[in-house]
Write a protein that binds this ligand. Structure first.
Ligand code: PLP
Length: 383
């Protein structure tokens, strides 16, 4: 976690600091922390370059933000089942795909956009789908797209996608969880988007805190009932320490050295390419990527063995998608990119953070070389 975020978390968690009030309370202790919540909202709005701080709605995760965006728009319609049409991509986070399934059971019509082998979206196919849907009388079009994919790092042409969606009268939500701090220059200035989801723990803030940008005037039903918090858009006592820490983490982003992190990622990939035969990078071709993510698969190496082997040596990498039994299921993102089940369950995802150094990369690659060699030939010793 960013030190500034940790400081904020501690400041608003300690009863001794007189900053432990409930922001909904009328008394002095409540007023005192309400000021901190307002300040956090203003900071995040300023970092995203949006004018109205009230457009920032605090949630308990990006998963909640995404659920609020999709379900909130669906339930805000008078007769949502008749005409709500959701258009999204096959490589979205499960928060979007599972919410889509839920809404489709309630009668929403859903269309899924394919991606190519590199994980890229076709704007032509997107426009065709928009055109086909928008011509239907009374249809309400809702588009939900990633800014950048969390598994491959591939960046969607989100500005053009928003423009196109607006041309066809759609309401648009972006899952921007992977953008701040990883996509240089990301902000919402001059972007005519309706809803955008963010997560604190992806930018050096605490876990369990999220935000949803809601364009002023957007109609959205609340998911949670039972209180007037967040201007009646989300009931429940606000996580004061969490949102103050989220804002503190946002404020650290301009100091982030994107060039250095990207250089480290490129060195990592070059070293792997040079040292380990039979490696394939996913989304690492011509596609634009966020600076810190690398996704690769080795011929003849299962994801589980790789994750366990690296874990034993202290490296935390992910592969496929974890299931309840602890085994690894194929990644829906790689399946959608045309990989077979074996390869989609075997790819390794590495994310670099601002604290990583070239020594970390060297030590990771050395361990990776040994681990892959051992998995391919179990007679190799742990030397
Ligand atoms: N969307 C994307 C692209 C993500 O990477 C994640 C988390 O990894 C989420 C949504 C969900 O975020 P949270 O963990 O805050 O619910």
């Amino acid at each position: 976690m960013e030190q500034a975020a940790l400081n904020a978390l501690l400041l608003f968690s300690s009863p001794e600091s007189h900053n432990y009030g409930n922001a909904s309370s009328v008394h002095w202790a409540g007023r005192r922390v309400r000021g901190a919540v307002d300040a956090a909202r203003e900071t995040i709005a300023r970092c995203l370059q949006v004018d109205d701080a009230d457009s920032i709605l605090f949630t308990a995760s990006a998963t909640e933000s995404i659920n609020t965006a999709l379900k909130g728009a669906f339930f805000s319609k008078k007769s949502p089942t008749d005409n709500f049409h959701l258009l999204t991509s096959s490589v979205e986070h499960d928060a979007t795909l599972e919410t889509m399934k839920f809404l489709s059971e309630l009668g929403a019509k859903c269309s899924i956009l394919k991606v190519n082998r590199e994980g890229e979206l076709s704007l032509e196919e997107f426009e065709e789908k928009l055109m086909a849907r928008s011509s239907r009388e009374g249809d309400f079009l809702f588009v939900s797209l990633l800014v950048a994919n969390n598994e491959t790092g591939v960046v969607f042409p989100y500005r053009k996608a928003v423009e196109l969606a607006k041309k066809y009268g759609a309401m648009v939500h972006l899952d921007a969880v992977q953008a701040p701090g990883k996509l240089p220059g990301f902000n919402l200035k001059d972007l005519d988007v309706d809803l955008v989801s963010f997560s604190a723990h992806k930018i050096g803030g605490p876990k369990g805190v999220g935000a949803l940008y809601v364009k002023p005037g957007t109609k959205l039903s609340s998911l949670l009932h039972g209180g007037a918090q967040e201007k009646r858009r989300r009931a429940g006592s606000i996580n004061v320490a969490g949102v103050a820490a989220f804002a503190a983490a946002f404020e650290c982003l301009p100091d982030r050295d994107y060039v250095r992190i990207k250089k480290l990622r490129d060195i990592l990939e070059q070293k792997i390419r040079d040292a380990i035969p039979g490696v394939h990078f996913n989304g690492g071709g011509a596609a634009e990527r966020i600076v810190n993510t690398s996704n690769f698969v080795f011929d003849g190496v299962r994801g589980e063995s790789l994750v366990v082997g690296l874990d034993l040596e202290g490296f935390a990498v992910s592969s496929g998608s974890a299931c309840n039994s602890g085994s690894i299921l194929p990644s829906h993102v790689l399946l959608a990119m045309g990989h077979d089940k074996q390869s989609a369950a075997s790819a390794c995802r590495v994310s670099l953070g601002p604290g990583n150094t070239e020594e970390d990369v060297d030590s990771f690659v050395e361990t990776l070389i040994r681990t892959v060699r051992r998995i391919r030939d179990p007679r190799t010793t742990l030397a």
